[in-house]
Write a protein that binds this ligand. Structure first.
Ligand code: FAD
Length: 463
């Protein structure tokens, strides 16, 4: 009898495998694809190292760096070029630097003088405890210019979402917490930055690996290889009294495992395939989580053809009905070793909640839209100077934390705590980033360990 069967070998499933391996628990990880990593995928095309999905992870939480340390792969880590701290917002077609400190903020043209003055009112506004959309929360506390010029572009980069539908409580839980604790988000932020200075907390850094982001999932895979089955088909799970029977096909054989628990580390929108295992109300929770499609488009351009200096991480766009681009990462500025000769590598993101049609377009159409809009923003005289080398369309790229999301998550967490033996991890719970996904997986493993203790106790009683 296995302790756990993990379904899905993205970073959520692999993290669980790594943690269970450390705990010396018996598990098997099943993955339908021929590779591990899920959306984390690095490719080498004609000597250019490019990322189909995530480009970096931040030092914000110690979880991913902890796994890096466990695996002994610290020497393979790389840090983003320090200039990548500079970020731009594309507002009305112009690139404007995102202010990094109060002096820059006062000078910034991203907000009008009136909008900056309005910010002072935030310190005396009464808090609101009910759930609010991002639009309502941000415009109530900081005004609509902050929503349009700063928050919406930021969320284009994280959720590719719609501020009218996204829940502020799920997307900005810390800001809502500061509001209720200090009666003002601004005051709360001020106090926490003073605390950061006093505690000499290190500033955030962005990381990748010499061989690209996929090096992380591949390294976990190397550690637990003999407990991973790739290219599996027709997974079927049946509940037998107080354990599960998992049947699947791999290498033209039908394989069966019995297991005490199952960890689903797959996207919420795929849970319906296993919905017969739970009461209907839980299935509708998984179904209620919408996904936004996103395409990533990697292009090369001669640096000499760009009239704008690529001195930063890239830019994110404000929402304009007629514009489709969400933002562009200046890949070869963040990691200068990745650009070849005099060419810049640019990775653009397009699609999201406002442009779901992206997944129906042909690659050529996607490439043309990106070239046209990007040439405009970066002052490239002719869109044809941008050569598209890779396009990846994710039909269900990013789960949307829309209104009601936290209640949905609480119910899913309750299902894990019913001692039924099913557990869930992934980016659709409490954070989209790789750090948050890893955290969700570690938390599921904690619950699994507690559950297994009760199973072992019951087994001992039976004997
Ligand atoms: C385009 C893009 C860019 C991003 N950029 C960043 C970034 O720069 N930094 C950052 O921190 N985060 C970024 N993210 C977010 C982060 O990469 C993801 O949230 C995280 O990697 C998701 O991991 P996961 O394991 O939950 O899911 P996935 O990576 O989707 O893995 C799920 C796995 O489950 C398998 N699976 C699916 N369905 C089934 C099924 N029915 N049965 C069995 N197995 C199944 C899949 O094959 C896959 O291997 C980005 C995401 C995207 C899409």
């Amino acid at each position: 009898m296995k302790d756990v069967i993990i379904i899905g070998a993205g970073i959520a499933g692999l993290t669980a495998a790594h943690e269970l391996h450390k705990e010396k628990l018996d598990f098997q990880l099943l993955e339908p694809s021929y590779r591990v990593g899920g959306v984390i995928e690095t490719l080498e095309l004609n000597g250019n190292l490019i990322e189909a999905g995530p480009h970096t992870f931040s030092s914000f939480s110690a979880d991913v760096l902890g796994i890096v340390k466990d695996l002994g792969i610290q020497d393979e880590l790389i840090e983003a070029n320090p200039t990548a701290k500079k970020r731009y917002v594309c507002l009305n077609g112009n690139l404007m630097p995102v202010p990094a400190n109060p002096q820059e903020f006062l000078k910034s043209e991203l907000l009008t003088k009136d909008a900056k003055w309005t910010l002072l009112e935030e310190f005396v506004l009464p808090p609101v405890s009910r759930e609010e959309s991002v639009e309502d929360f941000i415009s109530r506390r900081f005004g609509r210019e902050v929503l349009k010029g700063l928050v919406q572009p930021y969320l284009n980069g994280v959720f590719a979402g719609d501020v009218k539908k996204l829940s502020a409580n799920a997307v900005f839980p810390k800001l809502k917490e500061l509001e209720s604790k200090h009666k003002s988000v601004g005051l709360g932020l001020l106090l926490s930055s003073i605390e950061n200075i006093l505690k000499a907390r290190k500033p955030l850094t962005l990381h990748s690996f010499k061989k690209g982001m996929e090096f992380l999932p591949n390294s976990i895979y190397e550690e637990v290889k003999n407990k991973v089955t790739l290219s599996v088909k027709d997974i079927e799970i049946t509940r037998a009294k107080d354990f599960f029977i998992v049947t699947f096909k791999a290498n033209n054989k039908t394989i069966n495992y019995t297991t005490n628990s199952i960890l689903f580390a797959i996207p919420a929108n795929r849970m319906n395939e296993y919905g017969y295992l739970f009461p209907d109300e839980y299935l509708s929770d998984f179904k209620s989580i919408e996904y936004a499609p996103v395409a990533t488009v990697t292009q090369l351009v001669d640096k000499s053809n760009i009239k704008t200096s690529l001195d930063g991480f890239g830019f994110l766009c404000t929402y304009e009905v007629q514009k489709k681009l969400l933002g562009t990462i200046w890949t070869s500025s963040i990691f200068p070793d990745r650009g070849k000769d005099d060419k810049a590598i640019l990775t653009s993101f397009i699609g999201g909640a406002h442009f779901k049609k992206i997944s129906e377009l042909k690659e050529e159409e996607i490439s043309n839209i990106v070239s046209r809009e990007l040439a405009d923003v970066l002052n490239i005289s002719n869109p044809e100077l941008l050569k598209t080398i890779y396009i990846r369309v994710y039909e269900h790229a990013i789960p949307q934390y829309n209104m009601g999301h936290l209640d949905t998550v609480k119910r899913i967490e309750k299902l894990m705590d019913t001692k039924y033996g099913v557990f869930f991890a992934g980016n659709y719970l409490r954070g989209i980033s790789i750090n948050d996904t890893v955290k969700s997986s570690k938390s599921a493993v904690g619950r699994i360990k507690d559950f297994l203790k009760t199973v072992i106790k019951e087994e001992a009683l039976v004997k």
